[in-house]
Design a protein around this ligand. Structure first.
Ligand code: PLP
Length: 448
């Protein structure tokens, strides 16, 4: 079929015939029909049948300023007409330089420089390769292991995926296991029975210290962690835990990489959550998604001035960080991101902060539903977890993933849900207003 003869009604058949979609099961790989989405507007999307849905996950935690912003489309058009691409190998463009300056201005501590990538996985991959380069150049080649945690999601490229701690993201594929040291998820819901949250934080910190002692801090190059574990089910860590881990990393010359692919650009009410929400100043921050509100694939790593200065003063000024992507510093992506940042700064960040407590409170009412074990969240990230039994907290398991069944029912009722096995994650566009939150929660209640 040529494009002009394949109308929207054919898309599902075309996909089944020709498209390999992400995260497929072997039994249906390359033969799968998913819900066709035709249009987006504000917090809503419209499916292939014309049904209007609230975009509960904001695409994939990314459409922060909402769909169909004409000004972003115009910026894309104008930038493409001015300069659609330039090689970042030996030329540069103005939007990327301005964006780097704006981003560094929001970043905590001495994070001063940005390396742009195509998304989150490539941002994490870049941060890790930079750590390897940094330690090689300063004569610490043995200091390369990476610490990550259960419940983590850091990407789908080889090294970033090796850090993942969620079931299913790794089970059927190999990874760089010899480079990774795993820690527990800082999940207060699944802390040992009877333990206070502050004692749980102590336990996590002890585990971190014990792991350093066992493995050897001089072999560990980086700790990578999401401030709030997103795909792990919106795991908000115990108070003070992140700052304590940050201090231990500093004391042991371990780079702290804060993976803000989800939490940055407004999801927690600020451009970056590391400093403004959690009070930490990482050595590197990775970001993607909300940097363009999903209008263009872009990500990046913000790097501390201290690390760059060490490299400049090292004994190997000729050592090359042999790392770069064709689309590093893409002019269209960076131009879109600049306008997106204007919109966030002008109104959306403040709105997100204002509406977040209402969002959390309304979502929390779903704990009245007997199947629900816990509702948790922060900012405009929330998770409704279904359990078989509130005492044991065993995940609810039915013939099909519970989350998928809830999603299917909510779809009928006008809401797209992000199903995660026995959980439903909600992270709507940040422009959502109270009445729309009411609609969203009412549908989710009925869906469950
Ligand atoms: N890091 C985190 C915390 C994420 O949630 C994701 C994606 O969801 C990634 C990294 C990978 O980003 P991408 O899918 O853009 O490669």
């Amino acid at each position: 079929l040529r494009a002009e003869t394949a109308g929207p009604g054919d898309a599902v058949e075309l996909a089944k015939g020709h498209l390999v979609q992400p995260w497929p099961f072997a039994g249906s790989v390359g033969a799968e029909a998913r819900a066709l989405i035709g249009e987006g507007d504000g917090i809503y999307i419209t499916d292939g049948t014309g049904k209007k849905l609230i975009d509960g996950p904001a695409g994939m935690w990314c459409v922060n300023i909402g769909h169909r912003r004409e000004e972003l489309a115009k910026v894309m058009y104008n930038q493409a007409m001015a300069l659609s691409y330039n090689t970042p190998w030996y030329t540069m463009n103005a939007p990327s330089a301005e964006l780097a300056m704006r981003i560094a201005g929001h970043a905590p501590g001495d994070l001063s420089h940005v390396f742009f990538t195509t998304g989150g996985s490539s941002a994490v991959e870049t941060a890790l390769r930079f750590m390897q380069f940094y330690n090689n150049v300063r004569g610490r080649p043995e200091k390369k292991l990476i610490m990550s945690r259960g419940g983590a999601y850091h990407g789908s490229t080889y090294l970033s995926a090796s850090l993942n701690g969620r079931p299913r993201t790794r089970d059927w594929m190999d990874g760089a296991d010899d480079l990774v040291v795993k820690l527990s998820s800082p999940d207060p819901f699944r802390r040992p029975a009877g333990m206070s949250i502050s004692a749980f934080a102590d336990l996590l910190v002890d585990e971190f210290r014990d792991t350093l002692a066992r493995v050897g801090a001089d072999r560990i190059g980086a700790f990578v962690g999401e401030p709030v574990q997103a795909s792990g089910g919106v795991i908000v860590p115990p108070d003070g835990y992140l700052t304590r881990i940050r201090e231990i990393c500093r004391d042991n010359d371990i780079l702290y990489v804060s993976d803000e692919v989800v939490t940055a650009f407004g999801r927690l009410g600020h451009v970056f959550a590391s400093g403004d929400v959690f009070g930490i100043d990482p050595d590197m921050i990775t970001f993607a998604k909300g940097v363009t509100s999903g209008y263009f694939p872009l990500g990046g790593v913000i790097i501390s001035e201290r690390l760059l200065e060490e490299l400049r003063r090292s004994n190997h000024p000729d050592a090359m960080f042999g790392h770069g992507l064709t689309y590093t510093s893409h002019p269209v992506g960076c131009a879109v991101a600049l306008r997106n940042l204007d919109i966030l700064e002008d109104s959306v960040l403040a709105h997100a902060r204002e509406v977040a407590p209402y969002f959390q409170a309304q979502l929390k009412t779903l704990e009245e539903v007997p199947l629900v074990g816990e509702v948790r969240g922060l900012g405009l990230m929330g998770c409704v977890e279904c359990v078989a039994d509130r005492e044991s907290k065993d995940p609810l398991q039915l013939d099909k993933d519970v989350g998928k069944r809830i999603d299917a029912h909510c779809h009928e009722l006008g809401l797209l849900v992000r199903p995660l096995i026995n959980m439903c994650v909600m992270s709507p566009p940040l422009i959502i207003i109270r009445e729309q939150i009411d609609d969203m929660v009412a549908i989710l209640r009925e869906g469950i």
